[in-house]
Write a protein that binds this ligand. Structure first.
Ligand code: K8Y
Length: 455
């Protein structure tokens, strides 16, 4: 149908960046009408005649997920890739047993504390396929009142022979195949053959992914923050951005080590700050700004304190890294109508100090943690990663630009980048505290009049 609300029109209206947020219940409709999708839109018949699909995720409510598919696609073969072990794995097996069209694939997690964090859909149609890389778990509350990010590919046509099935200038197809091969599971054999038969030349993003392992040699630059560093070294901004702040925005924080130089304002910021041909470490490090909800952001959110159930920053980690306080900035999304929609999205960018343009932008499943991005070991010889993660990197030159103007400050430009939050970021006040999920908040009630008493 030609209506603007038809999912295909929403997807086509967001080309060529194809970067959307999820619809939020309870905000003014104008903020959901364009540049936003729900899970049913992504699985809609108007996007293609679905034949089978693969869902990679962390938390999956199988009965709920099945209901998100339109009735005519509800019994098409569905593969769910997860990383649960022991009792949680058994619970998944029991839940899937009720559906004969569902097959489970259990990702190997051989390094302690790793998670299968990746959130990706492979949607196979009759004439082609789409890849969706996003940040939402497959549970109802992740698609209800949170800010989540979605990148959806164009339709990748199916070809008769593998030689017709081209890759993109960003090596999207090669990187997707390399990521899936890293699972080392025979279950992916048929999917890899299908993927190889699709023409992905229209993909304009780079894949930034993580797989568990102690990566050395060339593999060190294949995954995690060293892949980002490699791409920015080859294709990143020039020295003119040297003074531009680097920004991280996420929904959880791991243990960063005893000092800021240990990792976050050391190797991690060096990767974010990498410029083409110029060594980030040769000159002054740029300002690092970290966007993470304060206690009050959570208290005054649509969900209230329960939003904090998806912001698992623990007090025992937080007390070990008080130096992080200098980096904290509020979650603020006035121009997207989402200041009260707590972020579960994770994004990284480099922005002009005044926020009117950005040099690159990444949306990913990866939180601010060494487990997700990797940490150097053995005098920098190896990059140790614990979890599976995947995200996409937008570079202006893949869209014929030097820089992206930000949509917030250039609303008429079709290539202005729809940054999910307000730029420049707003630093915490002295009295502000980052949200920590395992301590009580009894002094002020949240939007639902409740307090927070975790135990
Ligand atoms: O990992 C750490 O260092 C701290 C613990 C943590 O962050 N756990 C976690 C697990 C699942 C999800 C998810 O929702 O997939 C998320 C998220 O995305 O915020 C976070």
């Amino acid at each position: 149908s030609s209506s603007r609300s038809d999912p295909l029109n929403i997807i086509e209206a967001c080309q060529p960046l194809n970067f959307l947020l999820t619809k939020v219940t309870g905000i003014q409709e104008k903020y959901n009408r364009s540049g936003a999708v729900g899970i049913k839109d992504l699985l809609s018949p108007s996007l293609g005649s679905l034949q089978e699909s693969v869902q990679f995720n962390y938390m999956i409510d199988i009965p709920w997920l099945v209901q998100q598919y339109p009735p005519q696609f509800r019994s098409k073969p569905l593969v769910i890739v997860h990383g649960h072990q022991r009792q949680a794995k058994m619970d998944m097996d029991v839940a899937a047993d009720h559906y004969k069209h569902i097959k489970l694939v259990n990702a190997k997690l051989e390094i302690m504390y790793g998670t299968h964090h990746t959130k990706m859909m492979l949607l196979f149609y009759d004439i082609g396929m789409r890849v969706v890389i996003h940040t939402a778990n497959l549970i109802e509350k992740d698609w209800h009142q949170k800010t989540q990010g979605v990148w959806i590919s164009p339709m990748f046509p199916k070809c008769k022979t593998a030689s017709d099935a081209k890759d993109s200038s960003t090596n999207f197809k090669q990187d997707l195949i390399q990521y899936m091969e890293a699972y080392r599971t025979p279950h992916f054999k048929s999917w890899l053959e299908k993927i190889k038969l699709h023409d992905m030349s229209s993909a304009k993003v780079h894949i930034i992914a993580s797989v568990p392992g102690r990566h050395i040699g060339p593999a060190k630059q294949t995954w995690g923050h060293f892949k980002l560093r490699k791409i920015l070294r080859q294709l990143g901004p020039g020295n003119s951005c040297k003074s531009w702040p680097v920004i991280g925005q996420f929904s959880s924080i791991g243990s960063m080590g005893p000092t800021k130089e240990s990792w976050v304002y050391g190797e991690f910021t060096e990767s974010l700050a990498t410029t083409k041909d110029g060594g980030a470490s040769l000159t002054m490090k740029p300002t690092l700004k970290l966007i993470y909800p304060s206690k009050d952001n959570v208290r005054t959110s649509l969900e209230g304190y329960p939003a904090g159930g998806s912001l698992p920053y623990s007090i025992k980690t937080a007390v070990k890294q008080q130096y992080m306080h200098q980096f904290w900035n509020h979650w603020k999304s006035e121009h997207r109508g989402r200041s009260a929609a707590c972020p579960h999205i994770k994004t990284y960018t480099r922005s002009h100090p005044d926020g009117t343009s950005i040099a690159w932008f990444a949306v990913t499943s990866a939180n601010l943690s060494k487990a997700a991005w990797g940490a150097l070991e053995k005098k920098g010889q190896q990059l140790m990663i614990r979890s599976y993660e995947i995200g996409v990197l937008f570079l202006p030159q893949n869209y014929g630009l030097e820089k992206f103007k930000t949509l917030e400050h250039a609303s008429e430009d079709p290539l202005a980048f729809p940054v999910p939050y307000d730029l420049p970021p707003t630093h915490y006040e002295k009295s502000d505290r980052p949200w920590v999920w395992d301590i009580p908040y009894m002094d002020k009630p949240d939007t639902h009049g409740n307090k927070w008493c975790p135990q």
